[in-house]
Design a protein around this ligand. Structure first.
Ligand code: PKZ
Length: 148
């Protein structure tokens, strides 16, 4: 993996119902009544935080250190999430910088009684590897394949 290596992830790819989740499963949870907005649907902020945690786990494994979120880009909210939906977040490494890691995150839901999961949100989250003082630190590259 080099500084310039990238995965071709479009900012606003078309929604395909035939598509499969891309990347590693990094978190799976159930949307609960406490996570709803005034319309009774699931808060976008709740979903964003699930994606952030999933991406943070993925980035911390890649960096082998603590990481913090520095930016969220190209966020798409494509479909609503409902109470009872099973939410799965998948992560793909987009860019490995000196101290930062950009991860493409997709959230898919399996609705009650549905057979097939659908893509509800996606975006690019950037994390920075930090030391014990909260300062950016270079990501160790041992040349080994990154496994998450
Ligand atoms: C061991 C395995 C365990 C696994 C199992 C445990 C896992 C456990 C997971 C928990 C998962 C929690 C996930 C929630 C994580 C939060 O919620 S973190 C809380 C929210 N975030 C924050 O509070 C961060 C606040 N910001 C900061 O502290 C500082 O801005 C930072 C992030 C340390 C950066 O400091 P700085 O001095 O601005 O750094 P600077 O050198 O300018 O830039 C550093 C890098 O960031 C990049 N950057 C800076 N700004 C941007 C930007 N806007 N856009 C893109 N890149 C940027 C720079 O390009 C640079 O990249 P490199 O070229 O080095 O690759």
């Amino acid at each position: 993996m080099t500084d310039s290596q990238t995965t071709d992830v479009h900012a606003h790819p078309p929604l395909s119902t035939d598509a499969e989740p891309q990347g590693d499963l990094c978190i799976r949870t159930l949307a609960m009544p406490a996570d709803t907005n005034a319309n009774g649907d699931i808060f976008g902020g709740w979903l964003l935080s699930q994606m952030d945690v999933g991406g943070g786990v993925f980035a911390s494994k890649v960096a082998k250190s603590r990481t913090v979120t520095v930016a969220i880009d190209a966020m798409n909210f494509r479909k609503p999430v409902y109470v009872g939906d099973l939410v799965s977040v998948h992560a793909t490494l987009v860019r490995l910088g000196r101290t930062s890691i950009t991860v493409h995150l997709e959230a898919w839901v399996l609705r009650r009684r549905a057979q097939q999961a659908i893509l509800v949100t996606d975006g690019n989250f950037t994390y920075v590897s930090i030391d014990e003082h909260g300062q950016p630190q270079p990501i160790q590259r041992d040349g080994a394949t990154i496994t998450t």
